[in-house]
Design a protein around this ligand. Structure first.
Ligand SMILES: Cc1ncc(COP(=O)(O)O)c(C=O)c1O
Length: 439
């Protein structure tokens, strides 16, 4: 009779063999094989870690989730973190935590949050879902980021926060944004979902503001399949974020916590106004919350992915540089992306904007590429105010959205993710050269 240890080892060894079998003979055939814009990059380690977690059959968040959070904190140097089931959930928890009545100066409905209309929808949605009013400022046409020079003019008596994404991994102008936020005592939420491992002036994106959020969807810098995280240095914000993620409960014990009296040591000996004496702290609700937890199985994958991040980042940078060098000769046709001085982007992808009034449209080039197996994407919602769901939202626009409109009409992006090969990148450049030669 085998021991559990032996059986597990056998299973994991077979998983590795299955992975090796699947990855045999994956030759790239130009024009036939897809050149994806993004994708998960993994090996047997992720598969083994997930299978091992399934064999534990713990299911809900547990030791692998804790391990992921502690590794993530160690890497970023942040003090508090929690995992959630998506980047969208991370944004929802972040904004909701700043609206919690349990922090000293919560945001309240009608307060304004400065942001951009060039957005992934779920950077904006939590602002609306919490009854706050987005104030849209324009982006820069070549960094695709919030134009920090437009912040002052967007300010009003009701401004409480600035929330934006480091677009496609390109760091926003954090020194100016933080100075503005300090001057007017505003919260800063950095949506770092597309910018894991990007730096601005030597400091990691996601470590400047009050809160930062991350997505581990399969297209992102590292993946858990679906998943996300939120980081902060504030113990108060962390406690409320945790509560909002976990049904709104006041208690911060781990699921299945061994200590019968909970992490706080006071599960049954507290008194809460209006509740029976000694009411179980696990069932005391201090926020109107959600349940946005991921599974431990997802975190098992995340732990392995995080170890690969330095190599992933290196490849993303190399791939971006390769495409940039190959495409700069077409600058008359495309606006090429720009990083600010001092920015070290770990690019999510390579954005290109077809110049106004040129010989071809975005639709022409995108169709050419897609027909030849090269995946493209639009820059998310483009100008979100034009999207059907957002036409009637309460909002303010400050100073016009000229560049946002340019991006909406002319920008698309192609991949730089670590799963691409030299051969694929050469094919992408050739295919664009071919297109330009024909215009
Ligand atoms: C900037 C940004 N924020 C938030 C999200 C949402 O992340 P998720 O898909 O994990 O919900 C995305 C998704 O790609 C994103 O690009």
């Amino acid at each position: 009779m085998s021991s559990e240890k032996q059986l597990r080892e056998e299973i994991l060894e077979r998983v590795a063999r299955l992975y090796a079998l699947r990855t045999q003979n994956q030759a790239f055939v130009p024009g036939k094989s897809k050149v994806h814009y993004a994708g998960r990059v993994f090996d047997e380690k992720e598969m083994q870690a997930m299978v091992d977690s399934v064999l534990d059959f713990w299911l809900t968040l547990g030791r692998r989730g804790n391990r992921f959070v502690s590794d993530f904190l160690a890497m970023t140097g942040m003090k508090y973190g929690l995992v959630v089931n998506s980047g969208s959930s991370a944004n929802l928890v972040a904004v909701s935590a700043l609206c919690s009545p349990n922090i000293p100066r919560p945001m309240v409905p009608g307060d304004e949050v400065i942001t951009t209309a060039l957005a992934f929808p779920t950077t904006l949605n939590p602002i609306l879902q919490n009854g706050l009013v987005p104030v849209f400022v324009d982006v820069e046409e070549d960094t695709y980021n919030i134009d920090a020079s437009k912040l002052e003019q967007a300010l009003s008596e009701r401004t409480r926060a600035v929330m934006f994404a480091h677009t496609l991994g390109n760091p926003a102008q954090m020194d100016v944004i933080m100075e503005f936020a300090r001057k007017y005592d505003l919260y800063v939420i950095e949506d770092t979902c597309d910018a894991l491992d990007s730096f601005y002036k030597g400091k990691r994106c996601g470590t400047f503001g009050d809160l930062s959020t991350y997505s581990f969807y399969a297209a992102h810098h590292i993946t858990m399949g679906e998943g996300g995280a939120l980081l902060t240095n504030s113990p108060q914000i962390y406690r409320q974020a945790l509560s909002i993620r976990d049904w709104g409960r006041a208690c911060y014990c781990q699921t299945g916590e061994e200590n019968p009296n909970g992490a706080c040591g006071h599960r049954f000996d507290q008194h809460f106004e209006g509740l029976p004496d000694g009411y179980d702290h696990k069932y005391v609700y201090s926020n109107i919350g959600y349940n946005l937890k991921p599974l431990d199985i997802q975190c098992a994958m995340g732990v392995e992915q995080l170890k690969k991040l330095p190599e992933f980042t290196k490849k993303r940078k190399e791939h971006f540089d390769r495409l940039y060098d190959g495409l700069r000769k077409h600058e008359a046709y495309f606006v090429l992306p720009r990083a600010l001085e001092g920015a070290e982007p770990s690019w999510f992808s390579m954005p290109l904007t077809v110049r106004d009034g040129g010989a071809f449209s975005r639709k022409d080039i995108v169709t050419h590429l897609e027909n030849r197996g090269i995946e493209t994407r639009m820059l998310f919602a483009g100008n979100v105010l034009r999207q059907p769901a957002y036409r009637h939202i309460r909002h303010r626009v400050s100073g016009g959205l000229v560049n946002t409109e340019k991006v909406f009409n002319g920008t698309f992006f192609i991949g730089v993710y670590p799963g691409l090969t030299d051969e694929m990148l050469a094919y992408v450049i050739d295919t664009i050269d071919q297109f330009i030669a024909g215009v």
